[in-house]
Design a protein. Structure first.
Length: 347
């Protein structure tokens, strides 16, 4: 067993063990595998998250895409906040030779692991409240084969495992970081599966019990919009408190809520991401992605960095604008451009 450095000998025995695990894993390393792991670890987590959220939000299921965006932002922000509480240095700080990828920040828990443990199961299994049909409607739907369910379960387990393994292989996380990340991601996923639909069902019940069916849709917005926006603002505020310097995710959550609740739902347009031809959906994805990047490009060109006294405010506003465009302005622009699908422009 390779001797630990003098600095690493001062580590907790769990972290000493973690460094030895990393070294054991890296016995199988090669220049080619190193590059594969670097690409996989990014493309399979944050790259996949951005792609899949845009795809659902504008091309498949707007509501599911919105919920995925909320949860992904909160998971990332919460993970960053926990890192700042623990302030545990990365493994290569104590054993520089194990660093196969340069990265800053703290180590515990693994953000990539938490995101992967949430996003893959959520994409494969989560259904918003409105999709939970009556028993008669469900019986009329074709049943999924047992083989398909098994494949989905396997993917929901194997993909996060591979992401976590890549983080250990690259020497940027202890094995315990990965375990904690998986636990956090699984907690967010289970909360989405069980608590979010229950909350939505309660809000829907409160609305329908007090209105005639013909007016339910209009009254629903008036009665629940403030509650939903307040909840989003609360989660945004929580992230600001725990994340300190990093406010990107907090701004994104509030921007998504503002765009969805205050702009799109309050407009004359009705957007259904499932409608339209594949060409229209392709155009929506390209245009939506380009529009959402505008605030990021503006702040990049303005060269606003941490030297600015109000840097945190600027970053918050930057991602607030990204969320607002993605959930509110982009769908309205799709309707105006007549690429939102048939009978989908006005309500």
């Amino acid at each position: 067993m390779t001797e630990l450095t003098a600095a690493s000998k001062e580590l907790h025995f769990i972290h000493q063990w973690g460094i030895e695990v990393i070294r054991a894993v890296q016995n199988f390393s090669s220049p080619f595998l190193n590059e594969v792991m670097k690409i996989f670890t990014e493309a399979s987590t944050y790259g996949f998250v951005v792609f899949i959220i845009g795809l659902y939000l504008w091309c498949i299921d707007y509501k599911k895409g919105l919920h995925l965006a909320y949860a992904a932002a909160f998971t990332s922000g919460l993970n960053g906040g926990i890192k700042r509480i623990f302030k545990i240095p990365r493994p290569f700080t104590h054993a520089p030779e194990i660093m196969l990828k340069s990265i800053g920040g703290f180590s515990t828990p693994s953000g990539h692991s938490s995101i992967s443990a949430f996003i893959y199961p959520a994409v494969l299994f989560y259904k918003p409240f409105r999709e939970k049909l009556s028993k008669d409607s469900q019986s009329a739907k074709p049943q999924k084969s047992a083989a398909l369910v098994k494949i989905k379960i396997a993917a929901a387990i194997v993909l996060p495992f591979l992401v976590g393994f890549s983080r250990v292989y690259l020497g940027v996380h202890y094995p315990t970081d990965v375990l904690l990340g998986w636990g956090l991601g699984a907690f967010i996923f289970l909360s989405m599966m069980f608590f979010l639909p229950a909350i939505e069902a309660k809000l829907s019940t409160l609305t329908l019990n007090r209105t005639d069916e013909s007016d339910a849709q209009n009254i629903k917005f008036k009665k629940t919009a403030s509650i939903r926006f307040t909840l989003a603002a609360l989660f945004s505020f929580i992230l600001i408190l725990i994340s300190k310097e990093k406010v990107n995710e907090a701004g994104l959550i509030l921007g998504l809520a503002f765009g969805n609740i205050r702009i799109l739902e309050n407009s004359k347009y009705r957007f259904d991401a499932s409608s339209g031809t594949w060409v229209q959906k392709f155009l929506r994805f390209i245009i939506g992605s380009a529009l959402s990047c505008i605030p990021i490009m503006i702040f990049y060109l303005l060269k606003i960095d941490s030297s600015y006294s109000q840097y945190r405010l600027y970053r918050f506003l930057e991602f607030f604008a990204v969320g607002l465009i993605a959930s509110g302005l982009a769908p309205i622009i799709f309707c105006l451009l007549k690429i939102s699908g048939e009978d989908n422009a006005d309500r």
